[in-house]
Design a protein around this ligand. Structure first.
Ligand code: HEM
Length: 127
C-alpha cells in the first residue's frame, strides 16, 4: 500500500525496509555491518532502527523523542566513507521511499536527506 500520509508507524516501516536493503548492498553494507552486525533483529540493530525512526519522526512530524547528535557517529567512520558511499545511501533511501510513500512525500524526505548528506560530506571533507 502506498501511503499518502506520514505516521510514526510508516516511518518505522521505511527505516526497517531501508536497512534491510542497506545491509545487502556491496558498497555500504559492510560499513554498517562492521558497527552493528548483520542481524536486523539483534538488540543493537533494534536500538539503531528505533533511533532512526525517532530521527525521521523529528524531521517529518516534529516528534520530540530524538535527542541525539546525527553527525557525531559518522566521524569515526570517516575513513570508510566517500561521496560515492553517500550517493549509494541516497539511492537506496529513495528506492525505499518510493516503495512506501506517494511521490510528493518521497520527494520531501529525499530533499531533507540530500541536504543532510551534503552537510556530512562537507563536514567530513570527503571526496
Ligand atoms: C554512506 C553513508 C552512511 C553510513 C555508512 C552511515 C553509517 C552509520 C552508522 C554505522 C551509524 C551507527 C553508529 C553507531 O551506533 O555507533 C549511523 C548513525 C546515524 N546515522 Fe548514518 N550513515 C550514513 C549516512 C547517513 C545519512 C545521509 C543520514 C541522514 C540523512 C544519517 C543519519 C544517521 C543518524 C541520525 C544516526 C544516529 C545518530 C545518533 O547516534 O543519534 N546517516 N550511521
Amino acid at each position: 500500500m502506498i501511503e499518502n500520509e506520514v505516521t510514526k508507524e510508516n516511518i518505522n516501516k521505511l527505516v526497517l525496509k531501508f536497512y534491510a536493503k542497506v545491509i545487502k548492498d556491496d558498497l555500504i553494507g559492510p560499513i554498517f555491518i562492521d558497527v552493528l552486525g548483520k542481524d536486523l533483529k539483534s538488540d543493537i540493530w533494534k536500538t539503531h532502527i528505533k533511533l532512526l525512526t525517532d530521527f525521521w519522526a523529528s524531521i517529518a512530524l516534529g516528534d520530540s523523542t530524538y535527542a541525539g547528535n546525527p553527525f557525531a557517529p559518522h566521524i569515526k567512520l570517516q575513513d570508510s566513507l566517500s561521496i560515492k558511499a553517500f550517493e549509494q545511501w541516497l539511492k537506496l533511501f529513495f528506492q525505499t521511499l518510493n516503495s512506501i510513500y506517494e511521490p510528493q512525500i518521497a520527494q520531501q524526505f529525499l530533499a531533507r536527506s540530500k541536504n543532510i548528506a551534503g552537510n556530512f560530506i562537507r563536514n567530513l571533507n570527503l571526496s
